[in-house]
Design a protein around this ligand. Structure first.
Ligand SMILES: [Zn+2]
Length: 424
C-alpha cells in the first residue's frame, strides 16, 4: 500500500460556500478557545492542559453549542490536535535553544481550513474524467460540492483523510488515498541510462549533451509583479484598493507556482518513463542558497548578485523535482542514483581521467590536462552517471519518509527503499 495525495479545486454554490465558511469560522473559534484555555490554566494553576483533556470537553461543547455538532467529532478533534502540534513544535524548538514564537490566536480570515483525519464524515465521488464531488456531512444535511481534478489510480483506492483549505479566496480539497502498488505503477517506454545535471543556465543537462532550457518562470512575471507592488505601495495600508492589489500579487505568485509545478511534473514523468537508471547529485538547496548578507560588523560581498542567484536557484524548483523523481522512479521501477556531492565533486571532476579540475562558477567549459574538453554541466552529468555505475556509492534516494502526523496507526507507514543498494 502506498499513500498518495490528490488535490481538487472546489466549486461550491453560494449556499455551500456560506456553509464551509461558517464551518471554518467555528473551527477557528474552537482553536482560539482551546489556546485561551491553555494559557489561562497555566497562568492560574501553573499546570498545562494536554490534548486529551481538551478532547474530553468536546461533548460538553457540542451539548452547549448545537452548531458544532454538524462539523463532525473527528474533525473537531483534529483542530485540537493542530493546536497541540503547534505547542509541541514550540517546546521542541525551545528545548533546542531556538527562539520560536508562541502559538498565536488566529483571525478567521487567516485560518486556513479544517481536516477530517479519517474516512468518516465525507466521501469522494469521482465521476467522468475531470469531475468529482466531495460529500461533506451525513444524513439529509450532507452537501455534495462540485470539484475539479482527477487521480490516476482507478476505482480500487481507499480514502484516508481530507483537508479542506482556502488559498487566495479559492477552496481546495486535498485527499489522501491509500493505493495498491500495482495501481501506482507507471509504464516505461525506454531503458536508457542517463546522468543529469540541474542548473541555472539550462534547467537540465544530460551526459550526452542534450539540454532542457530553463523556462525562467519568475523572470517572465517579474515586471508585472514589480508594477503591482509599486502600485500597492501608493495605497493606504488596509484600504480596499490595497487589499485588491495584494490579492492580485498573491494570484500572480500562485500562477508562477502552478506553471512551475506543472512543468516539473511533465519533465520528471517523461524522464522516469525513458530511463532504467537516472543519476544526479544529491541536493542541498539550503546550503546553495544561503544569503551573502553577512552581519553588520562583517557585511558580505556581492549581496545583490547572490540574492539574484538565490532567486533563480529557488525558482528552479529543484527540491520539487528531486522529490517527484524520487517517488516517480520508484513507481516506474527506475533506479534513481544520488551522488554524494561532497565526496564526488561532480562539477570539478574529469569524466575521463577522474582528476579534480578546480573551476569557478563562471568557467563554463571543463578543460582537463588529460586532453578531455567538454561543456561543464555535461561533464558533471557524465561524472554522476559513472558514479551510478560504481557499486557502493551514492546516498539513499529517499532519505526522509513522508512526514506523518502522530496519532496515526503504525501500519500506514510508507517504506523508504534505498534504491542505490541494487547493483546495475
Ligand atoms: Zn581529465
Amino acid at each position: 500500500m502506498q499513500r498518495r495525495k490528490v488535490t481538487f479545486k472546489l466549486y461550491p454554490n453560494s449556499k455551500e460556500l456560506a456553509r464551509i465558511e461558517r464551518w471554518c469560522k467555528l473551527h477557528c473559534e474552537l482553536y482560539n478557545a482551546a489556546l485561551a484555555e491553555r494559557i489561562d490554566c497555566y497562568r492560574k494553576t501553573g499546570k498545562s492542559i494536554s490534548y486529551f483533556d481538551q478532547q474530553n470537553t468536546l461533548p460538553e461543547i457540542k451539548a452547549a453549542r448545537a452548531e458544532f455538532v454538524d462539523l463532525g467529532s473527528h474533525a473537531l478533534q483534529q483542530t485540537l490536535r493542530k493546536l497541540d502540534l503547534a505547542f509541541q513544535s514550540f517546546f521542541r524548538r525551545v528545548k533546542a535553544g531556538q527562539t520560536p514564537g508562541f502559538p498565536r490566536f488566529k483571525a478567521a480570515s487567516r485560518f486556513s481550513g479544517f481536516c477530517y483525519p479519517d474516512p468518516a464524515g465525507w466521501k469522494l465521488q469521482q465521476s467522468g474524467k475531470r469531475d468529482a464531488n466531495i460529500r461533506l456531512g451525513s444524513g439529509k444535511d450532507a452537501m455534495s460540492i462540485r470539484a475539479r481534478g482527477q487521480h490516476r489510480f482507478g476505482d480500487g483506492v481507499i480514502s484516508n483523510d481530507l483537508t479542506i483549505s482556502r488559498k487566495n479566496g479559492d477552496w481546495y480539497a486535498s485527499v489522501t488515498l491509500r493505493v495498491s502498488d500495482e495501481a501506482c505503477a507507471r509504464e516505461r517506454a525506454g531503458s536508457e541510462h542517463r546522468g543529469i545535471d540541474f542548473g541555472i543556465n539550462d534547467w537540465a543537462t544530460f551526459d550526452d549533451g542534450q539540454i532542457i532550457e530553463n523556462p525562467r518562470w519568475i523572470r517572465s512575471e517579474l515586471p508585472r509583479l514589480a508594477d503591482l507592488q509599486r502600485l500597492r505601495a501608493k495605497k493606504r495600508k488596509g484600504s480596499i484598493r490595497y487589499r485588491r492589489l495584494s490579492c492580485q500579487i498573491a494570484k500572480t505568485h500562485e500562477r508562477i507556482g502552478n506553471l512551475r509545478r506543472e512543468y516539473i511534473h511533465q519533465q520528471t514523468s517523461y524522464l522516469v518513463s525513458q530511463c532504467d537508471v537516472l543519476a544526479t547529485e544529491e541536493l542541498k538547496v539550503k546550503n546553495m542558497s544561503r544569503s551573502a548578507a553577512g552581519t553588520v560588523e562583517k557585511p558580505g560581498k556581492r549581496v545583490k548578485q547572490k540574492s539574484g542567484l538565490n532567486r533563480e536557484l529557488l525558482s528552479l524548483g529543484l527540491s520539487m523535482a528531486h522529490q517527484m523523481l524520487g517517488y516517480k522512479a520508484e513507481e516506474a521501477g527506475c533506479r534513481l542514483h544520488l551522488s554524494n556531492t561532497r565526496q564526488l565533486k561532480p562539477s570539478q571532476r574529469c569524466a575521463k581521467c577522474w582528476a579534480l579540475v578546480p573551476k569557478t562558477l563562471k568557467d563554463r567549459m571543463h578543460v582537463c590536462p588529460c586532453g578531455h574538453t567538454m561543456q561543464r554541466d555535461q561533464n558533471s552529468a557524465a561524472v554522476v552517471l559513472i558514479d551510478a555505475h560504481t557499486p557502493g556509492t551514492g546516498v539513499a534516494a529517499r532519505p526522509k519518509p513522508l512526514s506523518r502526523q502522530r496519532y496515526k496507526q503504525k501500519s500506514l507507514t510508507r517504506e523508504t527503499p534505498t534504491t542505490t543498494a541494487h547493483a546495475v
